[in-house]
Design a protein around this ligand. Structure first.
Ligand code: Z5A
Length: 215
C-alpha cells in the first residue's frame, strides 16, 4: 500500500553526521521527556530489533565484496520495516514516546545525497514500507572534519561507511541541511560544535519548547 508517512506526535528522531554527539543528545532527550512524566523508548537505526541488528552488522562490517548502493538502501529499509513493525509502532500504540537515533532522513542524507541514488526511490520506499514519520527531528550539525577528528581516536577499525572520504560526508551534511530547510516545522538544527554540556542544554530546551507547543 502506498501512502504518505504520517507524523506521529510522540515520535522523535535524532540525526547528524559522524561524531556529532548523538549519544549525549539522546540522553538529554530521554531525561527531558521523563522529567515531563513520559514513558520513553530509545532505539536506533539501522537496528533496533535482533534481526535488524543483524542487518546492521551486514551494513557496517567492512567486506571484500563492495555493497551496491541500491543493496545498501534496500537493507536499510529492510531493517527499518522490521524496526517500525516490531518496536516503533507497538511502543507508540502503548502510549510511549519513541526516540530513534537516526530514521528515514538518514537514508535521504546518506543514500540520496551521499551515494547519489534517485530520491524518488527513497520516497517510494518511505510511502510503501514505513508509513510513519517523526513529528520532531533534531539535527546535530557539525563540520565534517571536526566530527571525524572526534571519532578518529575511538575508531581503530572504522566501519564500512566510516571508510568513505570527506567529500561523501560533505554531501551528507548538505543533504541534511536541505532536509531541514524543506521541513522547517519538523527540524530543529542544533550547533553541535559547542561543548557536550551546551549541546545537551540546547537539545533539552528544544524538546521542552516542542512539548509546550504541543500541549
Ligand atoms: N546510515 C545510512 O547510511 N542510512 C540510513 O538510513 C541509516 C544509517 C539509518 C551507522 O549509524 C551508520 O549508518 C552511519 C549512517 C548510516 N554511518 N556513518 N558514518 P551510527 O549512528 O551508528 O554511526 P555514527 O553516526 O557513525 O555514530 P557516531 O560516529 O558514534 O556518532 P555520534 O553517535 O554522533 O557520536 P558520539 O558517540 O556521541 O560521539 C563521538 C565522539 O565525539 C565521542 O568520543 C564523544 O566523546 C565525542 N564528542 C561528542 N560530543 C562532543 C562535543 N560536543 N565536543 C567534543 N567531543 C564530543
Amino acid at each position: 500500500m502506498s501512502r504518505q508517512p504520517v507524523e506521529h506526535p510522540r515520535f522523535i528522531s535524532l540525526e547528524g553526521g559522524e561524531g556529532a554527539g548523538k549519544t549525549s543528545a539522546l540522553a538529554a532527550i530521554r531525561d527531558t521527556l521523563q522529567a515531563a512524566g513520559h514513558q520513553v523508548v530509545l532505539t536506533r537505526e539501522p537496528g533496533g530489533t535482533p534481526l535488524a541488528e543483524r542487518i546492521r552488522a551486514i551494513l557496517l562490517e567492512p567486506a571484500e565484496e563492495t555493497l551496491a548502493p541500491e543493496a545498501e538502501l534496500l537493507l536499510m529499509f529492510a531493517a527499518r520495516a522490521q524496526h517500525v513493525q516490531r518496536v516503533i509502532a507497538p511502543a507508540l500504540a502503548g502510549g510511549a514516546f519513541v526516540v530513534s537515533d537516526r530514521f528515514t532522513d538518514s537514508s535521504y542524507a546518506y543514500q540520496v545525497h551521499g551515494r547519489g541514488l534517485d530520491r524518488s526511490l527513497v520516497e517510494d520506499l518511505e510511502r510503501r514500507v514505513v508509513h510513519v514519520a517523526p513529528a520532531m527531528t533534531l539535527l546535530l550539525d557539525l563540520d565534517v572534519r571536526e566530527g571525524r577528528a572526534r571519532t578518529a581516536g575511538r575508531d581503530l577499525w572504522p566501519d564500512r561507511i566510516e571508510r568513505e572520504q570527506d567529500d561523501f560526508f560533505e554531501r551528507v551534511r548538505e543533504g541534511y541541511r536541505r532536509r531541514a530547510q524543506a521541513f522547517p516545522q519538523r527540524f530543529r538544527v542544533i550547533d553541535a560544535s559547542q561543548s557536550p554540556q551546551s549541546v545537551a542544554v540546547a537539545v533539552a530546551e528544544a524538546v521542552r519548547a516542542w512539548l509546550g507547543a504541543q500541549a
